[in-house]
Design a protein around this ligand. Structure first.
Ligand SMILES: Nc1nc2c(ncn2[C@@H]2O[C@H](COP(=O)(O)OP(=O)(O)OP(=O)(O)O)[C@@H](O)[C@H]2O)c(=O)[nH]1
Length: 629
């Protein structure tokens, strides 16, 4: 005897909301086969009216009718699909051999039993829902669901169910054809898992994480929930790879993933974004203190030694945090802001937590204060330069870097250049700051030329205002280079595209003086302005830097591919080299290389770092490939 069904379902409403997907993002294992994308009734059952008046295909002649019925019976008996009929109460009335094979119950066992014997408990609501529609003369086609065999095995089936009418047109039962789609479902499921879950750690990837976060945000107003995103990046992970090899590096990543998971609460979610980067959703969070407690716990867990065969590895991580609703309206913005905060944590020395700081909404009075503070920033040694490597896409080697400025305000902490450079330009402080940057880069080049060879180049950003009449005496710079014994060609001055639109005669003359001294020129953020190509060819440039907004979208459908291709082609025809900014993925790198781009710069290779760290970065790289140094 088959098991009797448990209590009949109370509700005839679909068990799941339309389009809902039950995703396991908890710090546990990836979802089991039956958890992933389960079809809920409302999601997949489409009812269509049955045609009661369809002309019967049973011949009128009694002899031929008997023969016809014999043929039908033979078809039912030999069918590979389960063919079943049941009464309107859901009691099985016929059960063909294919149904016996598929569900493991014999016809003798099933006839007279409720159909729900083969329903898993969580699917019981489907039967009442389907019967209700059958009674109204509707049928269901190719409804994909799950049934259970006699041995308890879950079977994915596609079922079509139609009402059976008697001669007077009354509905007296239902016929059901069920086909086993377990194999197809399993293949789809494996593909879904592969594209949504990271194979090394078993964690969800970014898309699932953002989907889950957006879902919680959508529910948040009703529940008044507060959410937090932690962006976790292992510190100096490259050294682990360089020292122990990538396979051991993978083991460290897997161990770190386990520790992060263990450090979270059951309600939290975690994903691996790629490389040594993870993102955590804390849900719900009551306070900043609670966030800090969880983040510190994760940091402590990661600091515990990791044993990889005979090696003991010590790692740490930097964490950036953004909170909903204060720091972003959707998943994309929250993750981006947590990433920025993580970057602050790196800059502040790593192995720490930083919260996202809103861009300063500076009132007029505060602006005055900030402007005054900026004027003394140079004298107070509050400005620092960090350096981001520029990688040759052909060889992978680094012979260039870009100097980027940072302002460590004594009270506000790190103020981003996007905030203070416009202020420096409007207050005139840009001249002192620009001068300081130039001399600092010259001093650095003096050291690096001896260490990395005469071809090593550092680029620096120069504001158009520094080159305006009455501003910088370029002659001073040229003299400073000579005094320091630094060859002009070691320095690249990056100017914005806006300077090319209508270059003033004075500016052109200053740029020309720099070129005469051997200094090379690059156009920064190329592609965002409206360059006058005629001016471009007259400016004696050496490099075009493709703006990161184009690089970021490379590999995605759209016009950016064609645009970058056109920029590279144009640069080639003008004899310029091309540097792509904002390279973040191997795919972008491959496309850029294929397009003939010369250099790449971006997080794929390294974030901007202090000078001593860049020295170690380059030394490590050259030690690995001395032939290319
Ligand atoms: N073993 C292993 N390494 C990876 C994987 N994906 C990326 N990486 C490496 O992970 C390193 C990540 O380096 P970054 O995060 O840029 O820099 P870092 O050395 O960790 O230094 P900071 O983040 O600045 O502290 C790079 O060397 C990548 O090549 C992976 O799947 N396995």
């Amino acid at each position: 005897m088959p098991d009797q069904s448990p209590d009949a379902p109370q509700s005839r409403q679909p068990a799941m909301a339309q389009g809902e997907r039950r995703l396991s993002l908890s710090p546990g294992e990836p979802p089991a086969l039956s958890d992933a994308v389960p079809p809920g009734p409302a999601e997949v059952i489409a009812f269509v009216p049955a045609d009661m008046n369809a002309v019967s295909s049973v011949p009128a002649d009694p002899e031929r009718a008997v023969a016809y019925q014999r043929h039908c019976a033979a078809i039912v008996e030999s069918s590979d699909d389960a063919i079943i009929s049941k009464s309107l109460d859901g009691i099985v009335e016929s059960w063909n051999p294919a149904a016996e094979r598929l569900f493991g119950y014999s016809a003798a066992e099933m006839i007279g039993q409720p159909m729900t014997c083969i329903f898993p408990p969580e699917r019981l609501a489907e039967e009442a829902y389907i019967l209700e529609h059958l009674r109204q003369g509707e049928r269901v086609l190719h409804f994909e669901t799950v049934r259970r065999s006699k041995s308890g095995r879950q079977i994915n089936v596609s079922v079509s169910i139609s009402p059976i009418f008697d001669d007077s047109g009354r509905i007296v039962g239902a016929s059901k054809i069920a086909r086993d789609i377990t194999e197809r479902f399993r293949n789809q499921h494996v593909m879904w898992l592969q594209s949504n879950y990271d194979s090394l750690t078993g964690m969800p990837k970014r898309a699932l994480f953002e989907e889950r976060l957006d879902q919680l945000i959508a529910e948040a107003p009703a529940q008044g929930a507060r959410l937090a995103v932690l962006y976790i990046d292992l510190d100096h992970f490259k050294q682990v790879n360089d020292g122990l090899g990538r396979i051991a590096g993978d083991q460290v990543i897997a161990a770190a993933a386990g520790r992060i998971r263990d450090g979270l609460r059951d309600t939290d979610s975690v994903a691996r974004l790629g490389g040594d980067e993870f993102v955590v959703l804390l849900s719900p969070t009551a306070s900043g203190d609670e966030i800090e407690r969880v983040a510190k716990h994760v940091m402590e867990q990661l600091r515990e030694p990791i044993q990889i065969e005979t090696e003991t590895v010590y790692i740490s991580c930097s964490i950036g945090c953004s909170m909903y609703p204060q720091h972003g309206a959707d998943a994309e913005e929250l993750v981006r802001h947590a990433d920025l905060a993580m970057f602050d944590a790196k800059t502040a020395g790593r192995n720490r937590l930083r919260f996202f700081a809103q861009p300063l909404e500076v009132s007029a009075q505060e602006q005055l204060k900030l402007g005054a503070a900026l004027r003394t920033a140079v004298a107070q040694h509050e400005l620092k330069l960090v350096y981001q490597p520029v990688v040759c896409l052909r060889t992978g080697q680094v012979h260039k870097c870009e100097a980027l400025i940072r302002w460590h305000h004594p009270e506000r902490g790190l103020v981003s250049p996007a905030q203070f450079i416009p202020l420096a330009e409007s207050t005139g402080a840009i001249r002192d700051i620009g001068d300081w940057v130039f001399h600092e880069v010259t001093r650095q080049l003096q050291l690096w030329q001896a260490r990395f060879g005469p071809d090593f180049q550092v680029s620096l950003n120069v504001s158009p205002l520094q080159l305006a009449p009455g501003a910088q005496d370029v002659g001073d710079w040229v003299r400073a280079l000579r005094t320091a014994g630094v060859a002009g060609k070691s320095m690249v001055v990056e100017i914005t595209e806006s300077l090319m639109v209508q270059p003033e005669a004075g500016i052109a003359a200053r740029l020309h003086a720099l070129r005469e001294a051997g200094v090379q020129l690059a156009i920064d953020d190329f592609g965002t302005g409206y360059s006058n190509l005629n001016n471009l060819s007259q400016m004696d440039l050496s490099f075009l830097k493709v703006d990161q907004s184009f690089t970021r979208r490379l590999g995605q459908p759209g016009r950016d591919h064609a645009l970058v291709e056109a920029i590279v082609g144009m640069a080639r025809s003008l004899g310029l080299q091309v540097i792509a900014e904002g390279v973040e993925t191997k795919e972008q790198e491959a496309v850029l290389r294929e397009l003939g781009c010369d250099y790449g710069q971006g997080y794929l290779y390294a974030r901007p770092m202090p000078a001593p760290e860049l020295e170690r970065y380059i030394a490590r790289q050259r030690a690995a490939r001395p032939d290319l140094a």
